[in-house]
Design a protein around this ligand. Structure first.
Ligand code: ADP
Ligand code: ADP
Length: 542
């Protein structure tokens, strides 16, 4: 091995990787002898949004605690800690010099949005209005509430908010503050694409119009691309060491990250590139029908919400993507398929046996991961299960942990594994990307596709991450309408038609990056944006 890994080599010793230059210098901080070390720091800039792209456990929070003045970096010397003056000396002549001088003088104030918004109700009693009013330091709260559509839940108790509502309240609470430095740890989980784009625009406006420094960690690459001015790539070995690179342009940073090779650093961070094939559309070869459903309607209560579904078929052995805003009836449709809900109109024998991973993962019993998973499948531990499920979902390292001790991303991976391990006619995964880092999303997408192919299984995936959908789906089912009032679902269609319909509703167009073919959001009203809209090609543009 290359000598830097404390655990199993993340590259399976396929390649001897070159030792990064940074590891020959002293770290910014080391938590103790043989403990996690951080090399390099991100450089917040006034008037700019700085992004960090990298896996969890790589030291992003550690870096932010240093930049917030909460953690005094020890430059790797835990016996005789250097103190801020010496740290400042170490950064003299770098872009961080002025910033660190301010931190040393206690001049930096920070507002921060935590990664796991689901935990906010544990630390706050009261309703949305009470939470937000305390944060209204810039006089911008009313606009934030309006643009993030928080109005309808202002009087609701924080305990009763959904994940998507909590996420928007947490973003508003952070952006409403008046501080020097804003840190947002993942803005997109549980938000639909429209809400993601709105959040990205609000964050950009805060930086540009108020001249603030904003640092974001984000794993939805389409949104990161839209959001950030510059990008630091973070790499290393989670839990052992992390390196934060110098800033790169967002385009180069994302491309280099995907290619697995950092140009300036001359560093390979992954043996294989992450590739986006331009399948436009992915051709479906097998066309046996798993379920054919007629036109269906369903409404709740005395018609507060109503859903209309156009009759269609789900094919055997396909991955069917499902897209549409939150609150539009996607889960309601899933319940109609399982027979858990009866339709108001539409006669059909809809009692598919469905293995379902809900959007909000609630597995948190006091039970070990291995005990939990082996209670679901007798395939547990077989070589098939290990290769196709456990390995791509990186479960080996957490098998002996308790479900209740897992992080959000770990819990998500266990829940995906549990869903795919059950035996069912149809596998339905609601937002499997939430809290996974970029690499884990790709691995999960591949695992789900291979599962469908190898097990002749049929999978429906609801997700808001366009990259993940691009990697995953054969066909697309599009929901639109007015959230919480009326939803309409069309038939499953080819990817190109589905993406065009979906993105036309949102008025967002994508182009392909020349180097990697990854989809990128066009600037509204740019030449490409206008041209693609006039041609009706929102996604698979030439
Ligand atoms: P990220 O934000 O990228 O997920 P963190 O900065 O939270 O990563 O953590 C990086 C590593 O440092 C983790 O392995 C974590 O366990 C370790 N770590 C964090 N805080 C401490 C601490 N106070 N003492 C020792 N190790 C810590
Ligand atoms: P999605 O999955 O697209 O987010 P859902 O199908 O969960 O949407 O919900 C659509 C709408 O129906 C939402 O406004 C939701 O609040 C409402 N709704 C869902 N279930 C019920 C129910 N059992 N009773 C009343 N309203 C419901």
């Amino acid at each position: 091995t290359c000598g830097i890994c404390v655990e199993k080599c993340p590259f399976d010793a396929i390649e001897i990787i070159n030792l990064p230059q940074e590891l020959q210098d002293e770290p910014v901080h080391r938590y103790g002898e043989n403990a996690f070390s951080l090399y390099g720091l991100p450089a917040p800039q006034e008037g700019q949004v700085t992004g960090i792209l990298g896996p969890n456990g790589i030291g992003k929070t550690t870096a932010v605690r240093i930049l917030a003045g909460e953690l005094e970096p020890n430059l790797g010397r835990h016996e005789a800690e250097p103190g801020w003056d010496e740290v400042l000396e170490a950064y003299r002549g770098t872009e961080l010099q002025d910033y660190i001088a301010d931190v040393r003088d206690g001049d930096i104030t920070i507002a921060r949005k935590p990664q796991y918004v689901d935990q906010i109700p544990n630390s706050f009693d009261g309703n949305t209005r009470q939470l937000l009013e305390r944060t209204d330091e810039r006089g911008a709260l009313d606009e934030l509430v309006d643009r993030l559509s928080i109005g309808p839940v202002m009087e609701q108790s924080i305990d009763d908010l959904s994940g998507g509502e909590l996420q928007r309240v947490a973003i508003a609470a952070t952006l409403a503050r008046d501080t020097d430095f804003y840190f947002l740890d993942e803005v997109t989980p549980y938000l639909d694409i429209g809400q993601r784009v709105t959040a990205a625009r609000l964050i950009r406006e805060l930086a540009e119009e108020e001249d603030k420094s904003v640092l974001v960690v984000e794993h939805d690459l389409a949104i990161l691309d839209l959001l950030a001015d510059t990008l630091h790539v973070a790499y290393g070995e989670p839990g052992a060491y992390g390196v934060i690179t110098s800033p790169k342009s967002v385009r180069n940073g994302i491309n280099e990250y995907l290619s697995g090779y950092l140009d300036n650093e001359n560093m390979r961070i992954r043996p294989n590139p992450i590739e986006f094939e331009e399948h436009a559309p992915r051709s479906v070869t097998r066309a046996d029908t798993l379920v054919e459903y007629p036109d269906l309607t369903k409404s709740y209560g005395d018609g507060e919400f109503s859903l209309e579904v156009e009759g269609g078929t789900i094919r055997e052995n396909e991955v069917l993507g499902v897209v549409g805003p939150n609150g539009i009836g996607k889960s309601t449709f899933a319940k109609l398929l399982t027979g858990n809900l009866g339709p108001d109109e539409g006669d059909a024998d809809l009692d598919q046996n469905i293995s379902y991973k809900p959007q909000y993962v609630t597995i948190d019993q006091h039970m070990r991961v291995d005990a939990f998973l082996s209670s679901i499948t007798d395939q547990f531990g077989s070589s098939y299960w290990n290769t196709e499920i456990a390995q791509p979902l990186q479960l080996e390292r957490i098998m002996e942990q308790n479900l209740s001790d897992l992080s959000g991303g770990e819990r998500q991976r266990v829940a995906i594994a549990a869903c795919l391990s059950d035996s069912a006619d149809l596998y339905l995964l609601d937002e499997p990307s939430a809290h996974l880092d970029v690499e884990q999303r790709v691995q999960a997408a591949k695992a789900i596709r291979r599962f469908a192919e190898q097990q002749d299984a049929t999978v429906m995936v609801i997700d808001h991450d366009i990259y993940m959908m691009d990697l995953l789906a054969d066909r697309l089912m599009v929901f639109d309408g007015e959230p919480a009032v009326h939803g309409r679902a069309g038939q499953p269609q080819q990817m190109r038609d589905g993406m065009n319909e979906f993105l036309a509703n949102l008025e967002v167009t994508f182009r392909r990056d020349e180097r990697t073919s990854r989809p990128r959001i066009n600037k509204p009203e740019s030449q490409l944006d206008r041209q693609q809209k006039s041609e009706g090609e929102y996604y698979y543009a030439p």
